[in-house]
Design a protein around this ligand. Structure first.
Ligand code: NAD
Length: 457
């Protein structure tokens, strides 16, 4: 039995029976049969059902936000933002699917009576093993284009966002997606591992580097297509020419939104030494004013840490940094109240010997480090095994582009951060993953090309 616990109170939200190897195998067999019919369903019909799903999600937004907040502790305003923002992604997929998967004639030679054509076929049955921090966004980036392109999906929500996963399944079914075409699978890591043992046609994973590496290893010898959206240690460099207060406010939000539990949260801040004292003052002012409290309260900006056990990781990073000479400017410890609350923490005098500047934190801690010039900033930004996003704050666009061109990350931000667009590929380098979701690349990822050589006799 999976027990869903509210991290703000410790109360049990719901108990849900977990899947077993037997129920997972049976689900796979049903999905295999249903996928063949789904793939033959006209694209216009598949689109109609996903458009209906979009309407159902919008109509249930408040209830869905409450469900998400109760199981993850995400502040309710941020839960509403996520579900509201899901619309734009659905719109993108619905608008671009036809062109993305249309047959493409690449040669027509009348003399030779030859035609060459590229077709996009669905992969088949895929597993979508997902994370809890943005279940609508990261789940939808996978299951929506997967369904539109004619695949069946075994969807394993995180054990920390299972109520949301089951709500997604119920709404898809209500929208007309056959129940065997989208099957939720309930459980934690053991259940996820059992899923990867199936004869899948693809596994699409969002989660940590450690789990991603395990999944890639599990499916490698069977040549299962494997796409991984993993963690980050995302850097931002604040140049000497910025409006200091504005840059501090923007980067504090980029570091602490959702209590820092975002794959693209700012995890390292490099600030030009000439503005460092002013920047730190402004940054601390913003952090000290954050509203910490009940995630069901509209005014709350920082709620509890979703996985209580993760507090040990946060404590370890702070102790390690302090032992190596860092200074705690704000926060630094868990908050003495009911629930798994951790104070937003700002560390200064940090360096790259410290875990807080190397390992993913995935919580409300930021290290701020002085740099003397752009080349030192580039060197430090690249000193990471991860490569998800990187940002530069400066008034000078040419300078930002020159710096970011040398940074090894899938996404480059100028004067913005913690931002995802459905029109752009969401893609990591190094330990941040393999493959892309979103954009047209995130549609064709769920298809396999067939190369037609057609000669009229
Ligand atoms: P996690 O790796 O602990 O778990 C992710 C999923 O994998 C869960 O559903 C879990 O049950 C499952 N799982 C665990 N062990 C498994 C195994 N051996 N085989 C198969 N499945 C297994 O990650 P999390 O705590 O859910 O999410 C946080 C991580 O996700 C962070 O590292 C974050 O940066 C990353 N993330 C990345 C993106 C992105 O787009 N790049 C988006 C969101 C989150």
């Amino acid at each position: 039995m999976l027990t869903v616990v509210n991290p703000a109170t410790g109360a049990t939200v719901r108990e849900i029976p977990e899947d077993t190897p037997e129920t997972i195998s049976a689900a796979f067999a049903r999905a295999r049969a249903a996928q063949k019919v789904w793939a033959r369903t006209a694209l216009a019909d598949r689109k109609r059902r996903i458009a209906r799903f979009r309407e159902l999600v919008a109509a249930a937004k408040d209830d869905l936000a409450h469900t998400l907040t109760r199981e993850t502790g995400k502040p309710i305003a941020q839960a509403r933002n996520e579900i509201g923002g899901f619309d734009a992604r659905l719109d993108f997929f619905l608008t671009h699917i036809d062109a993305a998967i249309a047959d493409q004639v690449v040669l027509k030679d009348a003399a030779k009576k030859l035609e060459e054509r590229i077709a996009h076929e669905p992969l088949g049955v895929i597993a979508n093993i997902s994370a809890w921090n943005y279940p609508w966004f990261v789940g939808g980036n996978v299951f929506v284009p997967a369904l539109l392109t004619g695949n069946a999906v075994l969807y394993k929500p995180s054990e920390f966002a299972t109520c949301t996963g089951l709500a997604i399944a119920a709404l898809l079914r209500e929208a007309g997606v056959p129940e065997d075409v989208f099957i939720p699978v309930v459980g934690g890591g053991v259940v996820g591992a059992a899923l990867t043992e199936l004869p899948l046609n693809g596994v699409f994973f969002t989660g940590s580097y450690a789990t991603g590496a395990r999944i890639a290893t599990a499916v490698a010898a069977r040549m299962v297509k494997c796409q991984l959206e993993l963690g980050g240690k995302d850097p931002v460099y604040v140049c000497d020419d910025v409006d200091v207060a504005a840059a501090a406010a923007a980067t504090a939000d980029g570091a602490f939104y959702n209590a820092g539990q975002s794959c693209c949260a700012i995890e390292r801040l490099y600030v030009h030494q000439s503005i460092l004292p002013r920047f730190i003052d402004e940054f601390a002012k913003v952090v000290n004013a954050f509203a910490i409290g009940d995630p069901l309260d509209d005014a709350t900006y920082i709620g509890p840490i979703t996985r209580p056990a993760h507090i040990t990781v946060l404590e370890h990073q702070i102790a390690d940094a302090k032992a190596k000479g860092a200074r705690v400017l704000c926060g630094g410890a868990r908050i003495a109240r009911q629930g798994s609350y951790f104070a937003p923490t700002v560390l200064v005098d940090v360096d790259h010997t410290m875990a807080v500047m190397r390992d993913e934190t995935f919580g409300p801690i930021i290290g701020i480090m002085a740099v003397s010039d752009d080349s030192e900033a580039i060197r430090l930004m690249n000193d990471s095994t991860y490569g998800l996003t990187a940002g530069v704050y400066t008034r000078d666009g040419a300078r930002a582009r020159a710096i970011l061109a040398h940074v090894n990350s899938g996404t480059a931000y100028w004067n913005c951060c913690d931002r995802v667009s459905p029109r752009l590929p969401w893609t990591g380098r190094g330990w941040s993953g393999i493959g892309s979701t979103l954009s047209v690349a995130g549609i064709t990822a769920f298809t396999q090309p067939k190369a037609w050589h057609l000669v009229q006799s």
